[in-house]
Design a protein around this ligand. Structure first.
Ligand code: ADP
Ligand code: MG
Length: 477
């Protein structure tokens, strides 16, 4: 153990640029930028993923417009490159416009630096013992706030909620698996924890194992490395309720998928309950093996939709009450109106408003709210453009983008064009005539007709409806 601070370590026998930069006094800026980025990502990905993947990263060097980030192992590099590279680049560019690329490299010294323990990666998170059998080395911790009581039910999530409750309360397996899916921050993890809490309280003799797919994979790989797969299998295959969160993470990871598939089958055969969450429906999980997709589809698939205004308001009221904060209804309405992305952001906004008021000792008003949240509100104001819609829709239906403007009336291009007009109406604040102009100078009545047509088709054709929903989500995403 060298005990070196990695920033001061010689890299490849040369001084790193970061070190040069530190000597010149600008290394501090690089580190500050990095800290800001890490803080942002921590909020975005959550504590567990942060500790596993981002914490061990170090700024390795800065070459003109490219930042190199180092991680201790190749495995981490591949993972980080697949999942975080684009976002890191984006964030770094936002911090410092001169940076246009982020590279992730392997650098063994990272693991020997001052954060050796973090760099070796987390997985021994404190955990919950569920049931009589010890699961504490396996199950991830459960969030105390994520209970059924604390979950506000509305139109968009009532089905998923009912399914989750059913599993929590059932003593046998009502359907297998329960597959929960929906966009980020809409309550999938909350519902899974709620099931775990409930089972734990109602039937303490049953063992519940909850963990992310990411962690499942990490453990599997570690078991392979340590030639310990028998124990691994044994641990997983002896639980009563297995819950795997964010299963999209293992799409494309063949050997992990394979292992998961066998675990899954073994548990189903023994009549044990499985609950899975994902950001996509089973069939939309690219890189997922066909036989696994069909098993996932076998049970009950419950979609959590985007929040409605009523649900957002309900959630805000419930959270405000929990915080014991006096918040004028006008402010809650304003937030429910403005922050539409997801519940996590909504909650974050409310917390900020309350924290600010407590800190400065002022009452919460519409003005202070706008002041405190001005950056967030601006970000939420960012609307999708018509050009983005046209591009996405053309590529989805495999037509040329020029067909969005062309006079061609063949159904194969006319229908996608109508979908694009419909989405333009839904997702932008443009008026019908403005939209018409962007589609090759069409009349506003054409746009109106398109909107009606798509609405009508959505009602009668579920696969069409799903297509439109998918596009909407991608555009809003
Ligand atoms: P996901 O796993 O779908 O990304 P989470 O379950 O982590 O989302 O939810 C994000 C945050 O929003 C959590 O703090 C959760 O408690 C909260 N949340 C989501 N949906 C609801 C709801 N219907 N009622 C109350 N809180 C909710
Ligand atoms: Mg989640």
């Amino acid at each position: 153990m060298s005990g070196n601070d990695d920033r001061k370590t010689n890299i490849d026998g040369r001084q790193s640029k970061v070190q040069d930069a530190v000597d010149q006094g600008s290394g501090k800026e690089v580190q500050d930028e990095w800290e800001n980025i890490l803080n942002r990502l921590r909020a975005e990905v959550g504590e567990t993923a942060f500790q596993s993947w981002l914490r061990p990263m170090r700024v390795h060097r800065v070459d003109a417009d490219v930042v190199q980030i180092s991680v201790p192992t190749r495995f981490m590099r591949d993972w980080a490159a697949a999942h975080y590279q684009d976002r890191l680049t984006e964030l770094w560019h936002g911090e410092n416009a001169a940076i246009t690329g982020v590279e992730i490299v392997v650098h063994a010294d990272v693991a020997q630096g001052r954060d050796a323990s973090a760099a070796k990666m987390e997985p021994e998170a404190p955990s919950v013992v569920t049931g009589a059998r010890e699961r504490d080395t396996l199950s991830a911790p459960l969030d105390e706030r994520f209970t059924f009581d604390q979950f506000v039910v509305g139109k968009s999530n009532e089905f998923a909620y009912a399914a989750a409750r059913r599993i929590g309360e059932a003593s046998t397996v009502p359907f297998n698996p329960l597959f929960l899916y929906g966009g980020v921050g809409l309550g999938k993890t909350h519902l899974m924890h709620a099931i775990a809490w409930h089972v734990r309280e109602a039937t303490p003799e049953r063992s519940v194992l909850y963990l992310s797919a990411e962690k499942f994979m990490y453990r599997f790989i570690r078991a392979l490395r340590e030639q310990n797969t028998v124990d691994f299998k044994e641990q997983f295959r002896s639980v009563d309720v297995l819950m795997i969160d964010d299963v999209q993470f293992i799409a494309g990871k063949d050997s992990t998928q394979e292992e998961f598939f066998h675990t899954f089958n073994a548990l189903v055969d023994q009549g044990r309950q499985i609950v899975i969450s994902s950001d996509k429906s089973p069939s939309d999980l690219e890189g997922m093996e066909e036989r696994l997709v069909s098993r996932l589809n076998c049970g009950l698939v419950a979609d959590i939709h985007a929040t409605t205004y009523e649900l957002r308001l309900g959630i805000l009221q419930s959270k405000a009450q929990n915080l014991g904060a006096m918040i004028p209804i006008k402010v809650l309405e304003f937030l429910a109106h403005k922050i539409t992305s997801n519940v996590r952001e909504l909650e974050g906004a409310l917390n900020r408003v309350v924290a600010h008021a407590q800190l400065v000792g002022r009452e919460i008003s519409l003005e202070t709210t706008q002041e405190v949240l001005h950056d967030l509100l601006r970000a939420n104001d960012r609307r999708v453009t018509i050009e983005e819609i046209q591009k996405q829709v053309s590529s989805h239906f495999n037509i040329r983008i020029s067909d969005m403007h062309s006079a061609r009336r063949a159904r194969s291009v006319a229908r996608p064009r109508q979908v694009a007009m419909y989405l333009a109406k839904q997702l932008t604040t443009r008026s019908l005539p403005e939209i018409g102009r962007k589609f090759g100078g069409r009349d506003h009545t054409t746009v109106m007709h398109a909107v009606r047509k798509v609405d009508e088709l959505r009602e009668h054709d579920t696969s069409f409806k799903e297509d439109v929903e998918l596009l909407r989500r991608m555009l809003e995403g």
